[in-house]
Design a binder for this molecule. Sequence first.
Ligand code: NDP
Length: 483
Amino acid sequence: MRAQPRASHFIGGEWIEDTDGAVIESVYPATGEVIARLHAATPAVIDRALAAASAAQKDWAARPPVERGRILRRAAELIRARNRALSVLETLDTGKPLQETLVADAASGANALEYFAGFAPTVTGQTIPLGRDMAYTLRESLGVCVGIGAWNYPIQIACWKAAPALAFGNAMVFKPSEVTPLSALALAEIFAEAGLPSGLFNVVQGDGACGAALIRDPRVAKVSLTGSVPTGRKVYAMAGEGIKAVTMELGGKSPLIVFEDADLDNAVGAAMLGNFYSSGQICSNGTRVFVHRDVREAFLERLAVRTARIVLGDPLDEATQMGPLVSEAQMARVLGYVAQGQAEGARLVCGGTRRGETGCFVTPTVFADVRDDMVIAREEIFGPVMAVLDFGTEDEVIARANATEYGLAAGVFTGDLARAHRVVAALEAGTCWINAYNLTPVEMPFGGVKASGVGRENGHAALEHYTRVKSVYLGLGDVDAPF
Ligand code: NDP
């Protein structure tokens, strides 16, 4: 199986190769086959990308917003027309089942492009009456933005960053995770075909050092990272050195709270979605499932029955519901957490094993009797491992749900809507769901609080993070000087 792109980088509208860069291998995690070989960006390649972005940005920002929107809409249409090919590519690069990638990856990226295409022409400033004088504000683009992606939703992440950046007149240099380098290049090609002027969306490959070189460059105005908290701390600090704007979409250990009056089948379904979709490699997953004592056994019974039915296997077979983890390293990490959970005394209800000897398959895993102080209840595992914890009262569960450095997301299942709103108001999380989980439509802002992030992607909130406000004071009379 091959998915070799024409070259490693896409800069200024051209495919660029520089074989001096370290080799990056893209591996299909279902079989271990190398599907593409690329090269990391050398300093010359990074410089070329930033130069191309800088050169193109001002003209782009000066274009009428409807024109910018039209190009983004065309890109969305091209993505939809090629959804299957893009989904197969994403499946090969990530191992996520085609059943998912066909509906959740490129499709979500297209939605973001369509949304921000329509948003661009609606952006206006304010007029501020000041008696005799007045002031007005202008919404300006930031300049060159750097996007750095994680490996779990490669094309979605690239689109969620590129769409608002480009819609509001910025240029972007995007660095995908070296684990999943391929779909961002396909996106760059689609942008070019949609008529995006050269230099506005550039892709460079590389590891953390490449990301750091981009962030530190004085030509860069803003950095948007999707990644882990440790990486977020480094990236935020580097951006802080240059007083650059940031968006940080980081990790989580989100609570999903199931009250005794919840619709149990829906709660079980949501807990499974929030732990096993994408083999559990989703930042907002509800990995601490707090279930009220009175319904705990019934919840666990139904969960075990439904989990046993999950079809784990060949990601390219559309009947498959769960594929492998993204890499051997991730599989080893996840299995390490499973062993730790068992050693700490959590009860393994199901799963917890590697499936087969080829590929990075881990069976969907449920732990019960988990305590708050266990490592599996505190650290982000990023795999198909659900921790079920018991609780008794509303106040208790709120306090325990908030007792974490993370604050990305939270979910509440209950038949009592007054309680649902009261509880989400008390939860320290950037994104909450009531009687639903992990739905992230582009219309809704998404992001975290506490260590889980800074800023928001999607929705109207994204405007704040890809534009800046210029205030203009208009003197309409004589200058009143005391001198
Ligand atoms: P990492 O933090 O390891 O990497 C994220 C990106 O940052 C990669 O492209 C990586 O490069 C790059 N990077 C690493 N070090 C540096 C550095 N010093 N300077 C600049 N860039 C750097 O995350 P993963 O790729 O392992 O993704 C999983 C994590 O992402 C999880 O914690 C998950 O919760 C989080 N995530 C958050 C989301 C959100 O929206 N809140 C959504 C999806 C995931 P490379 O890997 O190529 O070396």
